[in-house]
Design a protein around this ligand. Structure first.
Ligand code: 13P
Ligand code: SF4
Length: 322
């Protein structure tokens, strides 16, 4: 099939089967273009909770499919590739996190949505980068807090809220590799450019930002701000929507640090793409809609525990108008 036929068939199947195709901003632009809904992690969870579709095709990584499956036990939740996981979610194995929580009794456990269902099951409240600040601020002033798994996001939230938190030492390999030096070099070449940074980046990178925020917040800022040039320090998939929403503006992807070996050859990936997000292709979406496979399943006992902190997040967000 040509790309045009593929897109046509995907849309036809989605209509026929009353399926909604939801995509995160980090997936390939062609996938974003055929989606019914594009959003950041919070918006995807909110949309999944509300949809009346029979099938949800979650074009993102596995934990996003799990969250939708937990919120919609009566729907068929499909992911185009079950191998599309997340380095951050994997940096927090549920059994180790549970042991950490048990070793620190009396703490409120705040977990970033980038976690497996099993990790959410030992959590009190889930957050995303869109609502972490407000949710942490909504906790009693004397609450002792554990925050996991993203250490960079946790440090940032701790700094801006003034709340002390016990941090899990996890990271997203894509955001952790942005480099201060490379951004400063770009800034020297584009002195008028505003710097947009996702809070999963390291502290020194966050300090360079004109705007720190979730993918949706960075997009909103880029559209509304007077500046015409932006240096973007997050996964490069977001540039697709930024460029579509503000075609007259220039978006420059911040390059990551490149580790060199002894001979001066690049050792680590020199790109700012999440290889997991990029596993979602039109071909896989077509096959998954056609076959209604693979279905995301979450063990009922795990889902029964994991739904509470997810719903708590959605309730607080709704109350705060987020
Ligand atoms: P947001 O969708 O909250 O911006 O988080 C980005 C991310 O890393 C998703 O995996
Ligand atoms: Fe996970 Fe990072 Fe990829 Fe987001 S960008 S899905 S946090 S590995």
């Amino acid at each position: 099939m040509t790309k045009t036929q593929l897109k046509y068939e995907i849309r036809r199947l989605a209509r026929e089967k009353n399926a909604i195709i939801m995509a995160h901003y980090y997936v390939d632009g062609a996938v974003q273009d055929i989606a019914d809904f594009i959003g950041d992690s919070l918006a995807l969870a909110q949309k999944a909770a509300k949809t009346d579709a029979d099938i949800i095709v979650l074009c993102g990584v596995h934990f996003m499919g799990e969250t939708a499956a937990i919120l919609c036990p009566d729907k068929r939740v499909l992911v185009p590739d079950t191998a599309a996981t997340c380095s951050l979610a994997e940096s927090c194995p549920a059994d180790e996190f549970k042991a950490f929580v048990e070793a620190h009794p009396g703490h409120t456990v705040v977990s970033y949505v980038n976690t497996t269902a099993a990790t959410k099951a030992v959590t009190d409240v889930v957050v995303t980068s869109s609502n972490a600040r407000q949710i942490v601020e909504s906790l009693p002033a004397d609450a002792k807090i554990i925050f996991g798994p993203d250490h960079n996001l946790g440090s940032y939230i701790s700094d801006i809220t003034g709340r002390e938190m016990l941090l899990w030492n996890g990271a997203c390999h894509v955001h952790a590799r942005f480099s201060v030096e490379k951004i400063l070099e770009l800034k020297a070449q584009h002195p008028q450019a505003k710097v947009l940074v996702h809070p999963e980046c390291k502290g020194p990178v966050v300090k360079l930002a004109d705007k720190v925020g979730s993918t949706a917040a960075l997009l909103k800022y880029a559209i509304a701000d007077q500046a015409t040039e932006f240096i973007v320090a997050t996964e490069s998939g977001i540039l697709h929507e930024m460029q579509k929403a503000a075609p007259a503006k220039t978006f420059i992807p911040a390059p990551p640090e490149v580790a060199m070996d002894e001979s001066g050859n690049a050792r680590s990936c020199a790109c700012n793409e999440c290889e997991y997000m990029k596993m979602v292709t039109l071909e896989k979406i077509y096959a998954c809609l056609r076959d209604e496979q693979p279905v995301v399943t979450v063990e009922p006992e795990v889902a029964a525990k994991a739904i509470r902190p997810i719903e708590r997040m959605l309730e607080i967000s709704a109350k705060l108008g987020l």
